[in-house]
Design a protein around this ligand. Structure first.
Ligand code: FAD
Ligand code: MLT
Ligand code: ZN
Length: 477
């Protein structure tokens, strides 16, 4: 039986479940949890709740379900689509997973680990390394994002080409459902065909179907040989040809293949201390690529060098620098991973996280760039990203010293042009950043009606009272 309660009664309920210290209401203390990383949204909340156990999460959800209080799960709050920010009603709570941060177990034999949702991604990478294993999920935000957030957004990042997205790295989940029941599949099985794959529903659901409290994650043999190169390609089409050439020449040992335009090199070297030009000349497009192998004796450097020489002979590239040591490799990666931060320093950015069939990437870049050049001559196009996965961050930046509001005023128009072109080429309007609050209307516009119907039916079945992250991914009923 539902009973809506006053804020005072709600807070008393939270304190009874968690104890007073884990129910935060002080305005200054909770302010960082009420806005998103990009500062697109600002909300209010009854409280920020910091449960310390799965049982406490379960009791909280049962309470919120009974009292119709909206629950906004929050991990590292690095998401790009406003998914972890409460609305302005003051009738929602932020449920922080930060205290559920224990590595419950790690099993080198099974190549798996069971981690609680609040574990910071970079810490999990280190835990895997400590038992001579590799956890390949890697993003620029890995020092602060949490694995529960990574699974809830189905994060991609820098190694998807070889290891897949967060979804591909999950063997099982522990999830607290909207009514407080706990669903667990942490057995570490690689094969389990006993009915529907329920865990998959919660991955990429952005907290709209339940709260992920733990996950059993896949580990891999640690790469012992690595070869990395920064390459100036002739064009985006040449980058795609190089991708295929490298996959074949390396026996599919390619783990990353990132497109980097000249403007991103210019921005990172200007705004980020310590970032240096990787190549002597200036080239419109570069690629950062990496091969990895678990066999220390694999001659990856020569494999990469030979393949790049063939590519140069074939007219695909103009110059290349192979990392000569770990320091140089780290410098290449630092440049790549600092692009979002450098963009932020430069000014406001209209972000488009798009995916396309790889064969259509070059056409997309040509057509979309031409439109930007003739319609927004003041803006700076920063198109980069995970080309090995067909995923581009097609970002349009305000130049330093120009009025960012003039660009922001054109955001809807630019988005329509970019997304219409993406849709016409059979692509996706959200490759890896999710929908959150930001892209709800875009999802409604581009998703097939049958998909939206099924999504709404699933939402209703799992969360009939609509308490889980209301208004995110799907409009509130
Ligand atoms: P939050 O931002 O806290 O939450 C994201 C969503 O998940 C919200 O809807 C929230 O309600 C929900 N959620 C969080 N935890 C849980 C949980 N335990 N249970 C249920 N729901 C939950 N993303 C990429 O995919 N690839 C990249 O390469 C990449 N690079 C980035 C680089 C930078 C510098 C930054 C700032 C961000 C980048 N991101 C990238 C975006 C972001 O880091 C990812 O989306 C990340 O997975 C979010 O994790 P988080 O813990 O910060 O989640
Ligand atoms: C990245 O790959 O750097 C991010 O996903 C894109 C971004 O931060 O805009
Ligand atoms: Zn990305």
């Amino acid at each position: 039986m539902a009973t809506e309660v006053t804020p005072k009664v709600a807070l008393a309920g939270f304190r009874r479940i968690l104890g007073a210290d884990a129910v935060l209401t002080d305005r200054d203390a909770i302010a960082p949890c009420l806005t998103d990383h990009r500062k697109l949204y600002e909300g209010t909340a009854l409280a920020v709740l910091r449960p310390g156990s799965v049982d406490e999460v379960s009791q909280l959800l049962a309470f919120c379900n009974g009292t119709r209080i909206g629950v906004v799960p929050q991990g590292g709050n690095t998401g790009y689509c406003g998914g972890a920010t409460p609305d302005g009603s003051g009738r929602q709570v932020v449920l922080s997973l930060a205290r559920l941060a224990r590595l419950r177990s790690i099993d080198a034999t099974n190549h798996s680990m069971i981690a609680e949702a609040g574990c910071i991604l970079a810490n999990l990478q280190r835990e895997a390394e400590a038992v001579d294993r590799y956890f390949p999920l890697s993003l620029g935000s890995e020092g602060s994002c949490q694995v529960g957030g990574n699974l809830s957004t189905n994060a991609g990042g820098l190694n998807v080409l070889r290891y897949g997205m967060a979804r591909d790295l999950a063997l099982g989940l522990e999830v607290v459902l909207a009514d407080g029941r706990v669903l667990s599949s942490l057995g570490g099985l690689r094969k389990d065909n006993t009915g529907y794959d329920l865990k998959s529903l919660f991955i990429g659901a952005e907290g709209t179907l339940g709260v992920i409290t733990a996950a059993c994650l896949k580990l891999f043999p640690r790469p012992r040989a690595v070869a990395t190169a920064f390459v100036a390609v002739r064009s985006v089409a040449a980058a795609v040809d190089l991708l295929n050439l490298l996959r074949e020449a390396s026996g599919d040992r390619l783990s990353s293949f990132e497109l980097i335009p000249h403007v991103a090199i210019e921005l990172t070297t200007r705004h980020i201390p310590g970032v240096a030009q990787p190549l002597a000349g200036e080239y419109p497009w570069c690629v950062l690529c990496e091969l990895g192998s678990a066999r220390a004796a694999d001659p990856l450097d020569s494999m990469l060098e030979n393949a790049l020489r063939d590519a140069m002979d074939g007219g695909l590239l103009d110059d290349a620098a192979l990392a000569q040591n770990e320091r140089q490799r780290a410098a290449f990666w630092r440049l790549r991973e600092s692009i979002p931060e450098a963009q932020r320093h430069e000014g406001a950015s209209l972000k488009h996280d798009i995916a396309l069939p790889i064969a259509s990437l070059a056409r997309f870049v040509d057509e979309a760039s031409a439109w930007i050049a003739s319609n927004l001559p003041e803006a700076m196009l920063v198109a980069y990203g995970h080309v090995g996965d067909g995923n581009l961050h097609f970002n349009v930046n305000a130049r330093a010293g120009t009025d960012p509001l003039r660009l922001v005023a054109r955001a809807d128009e630019v988005q329509r042009v970019v997304h219409d072109l993406v849709a016409s080429l059979g692509g996706s309007i959200s490759a890896e950043h999710g929908i959150g609050r930001l892209k709800v209307p875009e999802l409604e516009r581009y998703a097939p009606p049958a998909k939206l119907d099924l999504m709404r039916a699933i939402k209703h079945a799992l969360d009939p009272n609509g308490i889980m992250n209301p208004g995110k991914v799907l409009r509130s009923a």
